[in-house]
Design a protein around this ligand. Structure first.
Ligand code: RIB
Ligand code: CA
Length: 320
């Protein structure tokens, strides 16, 4: 303890930047209660080369140059690679163009980086995954002990009602169902932040208007990321009429440091891998006597945005 101030929580983020992955990185970098100890990339929203380039560019733009970035899997364990460039744009960051990164990617594969980093700090690091779970599954298969070494494991993925990639499957699970099954079948508890939760975290017109007061970083970075999809899909409605764009991945990072903003239920989650119409579905049993997951179901929406906007205002004030 630092004179009553809790030590920052160490987070290792496996991601596929990605509009909302970028906003999640901004939160992780901006909150002094978080120490970002590593970033690993996976193919997802766009291909691995682009998600990795985006992570490297974000590292320099947001000034976390001391944090290693390691590239991981570009293909799912099984089946064809799927992407979400129709949502995130061809670059993966919508219309946001960041300077080309100068610093190099770590020379270790993400899987080895995950294992080495967690082995070196057992019980100390909160692992968060906001893309397809391929790297996590490969790491579990190579070293099952990582399930014991994490302080916690949180994903943005899945849902207990509906999908977004298909009517049944959320994108991160749909992109690699076999990996998701390995992850949920491992010997740990998964905090599954699914669409049912994240679709409560909408950057509505009111949120956009408040973020717009944060100055240059908001106008050149936060708002373009938080509205890229909405602008393309809100059928010409004025900003104030927007339903808004969900900042899915921000919820996963927020849960690590502000679990008080979420109300959750234990559940057994199983991943469908063979269903003709349901491949990639997370089948969530809230009545199970053997839960393997904690599933946040309700978000304190006002509290969430108050927290996120506060952290973003701090970063905006520091941003050169
Ligand atoms: O379904 C939403 C998830 O898929 C988010 O992580 C988004 O970045 C995409 O990867
Ligand atoms: Ca993502």
């Amino acid at each position: 303890m630092w004179h009553g101030c809790p030590m920052p929580k160490k987070i290792l983020l496996d991601c596929d930047p990605g509009l909302d992955d970028a906003l999640a990185l901004l939160l992780a970098q901006g909150d002094s209660n978080i120490e970002l100890v590593g970033v690993t990339t996976v193919g997802g929203n766009v291909g691995l080369a682009r998600t990795t380039r985006n992570a490297l560019a974000l590292r320099e733009y947001l000034h976390f140059e001391n944090v290693p970035v390691a590239a991981g899997a570009g293909q799912p364990l099984l089946g064809e690679r799927r992407d979400a460039s129709h949502v995130h744009g061809e670059s993966g960051l919508g219309s946001t163009v960041l300077p080309e990164p100068v610093l190099a990617v770590d020379d270790r594969h993400a899987v080895d980086f995950l294992i080495e980093t967690l082995r070196a700090a057992p019980g100390a690091i909160h692992l968060v995954a906001t893309g397809p779970l391929t790297n996590i599954a490969l790491a579990l298969q190579k070293e099952p002990a990582i399930a014991r070494w994490v302080a916690s494991f949180t994903i943005m993925g899945g849902s207990f009602t509906r999908g977004n990639a298909t009517p049944a499957a959320e994108f991160n699970i749909y992109a690699d169902p076999e990996a998701a099954r390995v992850v949920f079948d491992a010997d740990w508890q998964v905090v599954m932040i699914g669409l049912d939760l994240t679709l409560q975290a909408l950057a509505t017109g009111a949120v956009v208007e408040r973020l717009g007061r944060l100055g240059a970083l908001a106008h050149e970075f936060i708002l373009p990321l938080a509205t890229f999809w909405a602008r393309a899909n809100q059928s010409g409605a004025s900003t104030s009429e927007w339903d808004g764009q969900a900042v899915h991945d921000v919820c996963a990072v927020a849960h690590v440091v502000r679990p008080d903003l979420f109300s959750s239920r234990p559940a057994r989650v199983q991943v469908e891998t063979t269903g003709e119409f349901t491949r990639g579905m997370t089948v969530v049993d809230f009545d199970s006597a053997s839960p393997n997951a904690i599933v946040p179901v309700m978000l304190d929406v006002a509290g969430f945005w108050a927290y996120v906007e506060h952290i973003y205002s701090i970063v905006a004030g520091q941003h050169a």
